[in-house]
Design a protein around this ligand. Structure first.
Ligand code: ADP
Ligand code: ZN
Length: 205
């Protein structure tokens, strides 16, 4: 199965990807994670991407498409994956059509104000990547690891990311609806509630 996870920043794509990965044995390809890993490793790609990420802007299409193209070429025909954070523009979506056939696009719907609330309180575990709430935990509840805030999870950058989402990414809803691939999910509430909706939608499709 080959899926795209679509939705605003903070809609919970990454969290649902971890759950889906266990159930359907799909690789999780997160372009944001790839950029953050490159930044950690101080690669030219990471340093270039950082300028855009810190401003809440999209990394230019050519850079992202080259990176995703290389990643997708590692997959054999029968191997499934979920794309998380890609595509984010129509140009990226058109490029993706030249690379693979998709089985579905899951659209995670959350109101903007709920997103701002989620992201301004988001903390990530340095050790295991678990996502949690900064007001509820001071250590990772899963492994005891140290928590950190993402550089782009400040209110100003969050608002900019949401603006970019509405201007550049939301049009992909129509793009995929037209292609009969869109599966819309109410992504408010707790992660396990959302996951139940995902499973019902995906498996009854
Ligand atoms: P979120 O979904 O929480 O905004 P991600 O981790 O998916 O975060 O992405 C973080 C940042 O990485 C984005 O704000 C953007 O700058 C960059 N990025 C990730 N994926 C793409 C993409 N497909 N196209 C352009 N930029 C991207
Ligand atoms: Zn942890």
């Amino acid at each position: 199965m080959r899926l795209v996870l679509l939705g605003a920043p903070g809609a919970g794509k990454g969290t649902q990807a971890v759950l889906l990965k266990e159930r359907h044995n799909l690789a999780h390809i997160s372009t944001g994670d790839i950029f953050r890993q490159n930044l950690k490793d101080n690669t030219p790609l990471g340093l270039e991407a950082k300028k855009f990420m810190d401003a809440g802007q999209l990394v230019p299409d050519e850079i992202v498409m080259k990176m995703v193209g290389a990643k997708l070429s590692e997959f054999k025909p029968g191997e499934g994956f979920m794309l998380d954070g890609f595509p984010r523009t129509v140009a990226q979506a058109e490029f993706l059509e030249t690379q693979t056939k998709l089985d579905g696009v899951i659209m995670f719907k959350v109101p903007d104000e709920a997103i701002v609330k989620r992201l301004t309180s988001r903390a990530v575990c340095k050790n295991c990547g678990n996502v949690t709430n900064i007001h509820e935990h001071d250590k990772c509840p899963a492994c005891g690891g140290e928590l950190y805030r993402r550089d782009d999870d400040n209110e100003q950058t969050i608002r900019e990311r949401l603006k970019v989402y509405h201007e550049q990414t939301e049009s992909l809803v129509d793009f995929y609806r037209t292609r009969n691939l869109l599966l819309e999910i109410d992504a408010t509430g707790m992660p396990d509630e959302v996951f139940t909706r995902v499973i019902e939608t995906l498996e009854n499709d």
